[in-house]
Design a protein around this ligand. Structure first.
Ligand code: LMR
Length: 346
């Protein structure tokens, strides 16, 4: 209680100071540099994530921090903690809910422990393009998914793309889904991704992104699925001999803030964050698409891994193999989220 009142006063004083700077001091050519203030006099947003700084999420997080700092004159500081330095995969959501950090951007698959319906995004061959994903999320099924964060103490502020996942492994080329049988595959924590592999006789295993390299190196798992920017940023391709460009599943991020923290921010700071995130999200999407395309070219040029591209016909026949995964989703959540998928709208 004491803390809450203290926080409210803190935000009020900060808001007043921000107002004075914008409308008073600036015109008198007397800019205040909020960076000189202590942490408890500024608004600090700790933003934790698990990937490297040279990935779409890592680059966008830094850009967001930089723009917010400039635009608030240092009053709002976004401190970015990459590579799971602060919290690991399985920990960051809990840390956000506890208020130990204020912002995260987990893959949609990783919020399925909290809101299992989000696993609709993990269904193999559900989307053919980024636009399809964004249209789905803007539609009624997507809005329903987004509203589910409200009751969980979280505020969703947007979606960042990474890209579509590809399948790599050490043992043999994967031309058709049946070749996945008996392969030990690393997965993100999602029932649907688990089912995607187990329904084909593969052995899925949940492993944190940051320690995946070691598990591939030791042979605990034979392969994995991920975007090219993630595969290259952690050098996973060095431990894999084959990669199938399957584009079978979307990997993107939900931008989440602790809702109590968000609610206590002054209105103009909320506007600053929302507007800046909108701008950064557009930049992030373009960066993600370009980076994944660039990484494919680099992999082709390095000749260090055997690359197989699925043809459009092969994609269609792969998609049919995954019907049991769709049936499993329907058993759990009904048809509402599936019927709204673009492939059933055509
Ligand atoms: C993964 O665990 O493979 C990804 O979610 C990592 C990330 O955040 O892109």
């Amino acid at each position: 209680m004491y803390l809450k009142i203290y926080d409210q006063w803190r935000f009020l004083i900060i808001g007043l100071a921000f107002f004075l700077v914008l409308f008073g001091c600036q015109s008198a050519n007397y800019p205040i540099d909020f960076e000189q203030l202590g942490e408890d006099e500024r608004i600090v947003i700790r933003f934790s994530h698990v990937v490297g700084e040279d990935t779409p999420k890592g680059l966008a997080a830094r850009r967001f921090a930089q723009l917010i700092k400039e635009r608030s004159n240092g009053l709002v500081e976004v401190q970015v903690f990459p590579n799971g330095f602060l919290y690991k995969d399985g920990e960051e959501l809990e840390a956000l809910l506890q208020g130990d950090i204020q912002m995260i951007a987990p893959a949609t698959s990783k919020v399925t422990s909290l809101i299992p319906e989000w696993s609709v995004i993990d269904l193999p061959f559900a989307f053919n393009s980024y636009e399809e994903v964004h249209q789905y999320l803007a539609g009624s099924a997507g809005q329903d998914l987004i509203s589910k964060f409200d009751g969980k103490g979280l505020r969703m502020l947007g979606v960042w793309d990474n890209g579509f996942k590809q399948i790599s492994n050490r043992d043999h080329p994967i031309y058709d889904p049946k070749s996945l049988q008996f392969l030990k595959m690393r997965i993100m924590p999602s029932d649907i991704i688990h089912k995607q592999f187990s329904s084909l006789g593969a052995i899925p295993r949940e492993i944190d992104f940051n320690i995946l390299f070691h598990h591939l190196e030791s042979g605990d798992v034979d392969g994995q699925e991920n975007t090219l920017s993630n595969i290259t940023s952690k050098n996973l391709y060095l431990l894999q001999n084959y990669i199938t460009i399957s584009n079978h599943g979307y990997l993107g991020y939900v931008l989440l803030m602790n809702n109590q923290f968000w609610e206590e921010l002054p209105d103009h700071i909320q506007v600053l964050i929302t507007d800046t995130l909108k701008e950064v999200s557009e930049w992030e999407r373009e960066t993600a698409h370009n980076l994944n395309a660039k990484k494919l070219k680099e992999l082709e040029a390095c000749q260090c891994i055997d690359i197989y591209h699925l043809s459009p016909e092969e994609r269609r026949s792969w998609a049919e193999e995954f019907q049991p995964v769709y049936d499993y989703f329907i058993e759990r959540f009904g048809t509402k989220y599936i019927e709204a998928l673009p492939k059933y709208q055509r």
